[in-house]
Design a protein around this ligand. Structure first.
Ligand code: NAD
Ligand code: TYD
Length: 352
């Protein structure tokens, strides 16, 4: 049997696929459209493996997805494919609507049609695991308790609204058609292979290039940070033991302000890659125009996952961030390959 992983050439998807092969013998079909965010280099260590099959394509392409499901006798779909960057969704939201909402709808329909035709046992074992975000719960005040799985959705950005819509579709396909779904709402991830449009890799790249480290507004917005490999472990566990139709929140118990994140990053870089002039990377921190509708705080309650499935994050923010910085220092060539023309255009637009 095989699992189908969509968005497998992106940040979390590629980490998940690599981690999957370190603990499972089951084959993987990786489906990815290879947008600006998708990078086959992330999966290059699997080149030549008879157990990994990469297909370039759209989750919304029903003919393609249906043929892959049948050809590989897929027993689970893990759906990472999405447009994932809030700032891009603010500039232009069309692709977010198309992939995150319409794409998920088409993927659900392809899955439903395949699942309907499966034999009884295979039908029972099939899973559609959908990856979503803590951002769907909206902004929390500093005194609010962490968001749990039964909290109402209050998305504020085009990105989070599109993710919320996709979560609702997934829920409806369970309630209406009994498609065996699972939904995972995760905190901000960080780690290897993250595209340098997101805060942490952007700041690593800019720090090393002597460029400003852009902090939106006053830098007091709070995010919970989850090391990507802890997320992979959670997803594997949920796929194995999660209750059909349920949602699981995943978080790292690492709430930090953006300023704290960047200051911690600078301290690690000062130690691992000291500047030749003896100064700190902190000097490069620059406060820039705030993001419109910038959510003040995300805080996620992962106690259901911890209690019911026994999952715990293995990394603290300091240990995970150190691993991340080391990875970027050791993989300068990877970074060099992703900061292409499209990336330069984005940086010009976002940080004029
Ligand atoms: P990413 O942008 O790095 O990767 C997304 C991948 O999806 C890319 O490889 C892209 O080519 C592919 N893709 C886009 N449109 C597609 C389509 N129509 N068909 C097939 N492939 C398509 O994103 P990421 O950070 O790895 O996020 C993965 C998932 O996790 C997303 O659903 C995102 O909403 C969710 N999530 C991310 C975070 C985070 O901190 N990065 C946190 C919570 C949830
Ligand atoms: P980001 O990595 O884009 O993730 P998300 O918006 O999904 O949480 O941003 C994390 C936080 O960092 C968010 O509060 C916005 C902030 N931020 C900056 O201050 N400067 C930047 O250049 C970027 C990209 C983000």
């Amino acid at each position: 049997m095989t699992i189908l992983v969509t968005g497998a050439a992106g940040f979390i998807g590629s980490n998940f696929v690599l981690d999957w092969f370190s603990q499972s013998k089951e084959d993987v079909v990786s489906l990815d459209l290879l947008t600006y965010a998708g990078n086959l280099e992330n999966l290059s260590s699997l080149n030549g493996s008879p157990h990994h099959h990469f297909v370039q394509g759209d989750i919304g392409d029903r003919n393609l997805v249906s043929s892959l499901l049948k050809k590989y006798q897929v027993r689970a779909i893990v759906n990472f494919a999405a447009e994932s960057h809030v700032d891009r969704s603010i500039h232009e939201s069309k692709d977010f609507i198309e992939t995150n909402i319409v794409g998920t709808y088409n993927l659900l329909e392809s899955a439903r049609s395949y699942w309907n035709d499966l034999d009884k046992n295979l039908k029972q074992d099939f899973r559609f695991l959908h990856i979503s975000s803590d951002e769907v719960y909206g902004s929390r005040d500093l005194t609010d308790p962490p968001s749990n799985e039964s909290d109402p959705y209050k998305p504020n950005s085009p990105y989070s609204a599109s993710k919320a819509a996709s979560d609702h579709l997934v829920r409806a396909w369970f309630q209406t058609y009994k498609l065996p779904v699972l939904t995972v709402n995760s905190a901000n991830n960080y780690g290897p292979y993250q595209f340098p449009e997101k805060l942490i890799p952007l700041c690593i790249l800019n720090a090393l290039k002597g460029k400003p480290l852009p902090i939106y507004g006053n830098g007091q917005q709070v995010r919970d940070w989850l090391y990507v490999k802890d997320h992979s472990a959670a997803i594997s566990e949920i796929l194995k033991q999660g209750h059909i139709g349920e949602t699981y929140n995943v978080g790292g118990r690492n709430e930090k302000t953006n300023l704290e994140v960047v200051e911690t990053l600078c301290a690690i870089l000062d130690e691992l890659k000291p500047k030749s002039n003896g100064k700190s990377y902190r000097d490069q921190i620059t406060f820039v125009k705030d993001r419109p509708g910038h959510d003040r705080r995300y805080t996620i309650d992962a106690s259901k996952l911890e209690r019911d499935l026994g999952w715990r994050p293995q990394e603290t923010f300091e240990t995970g961030l150190r691993k991340t910085v080391l990875w970027y220092l050791e993989n300068a060539a990877w970074m060099g390959h992703v900061v292409t023309g499209e990336y330069q255009d984005w940086i010009q637009k976002q940080y004029p």
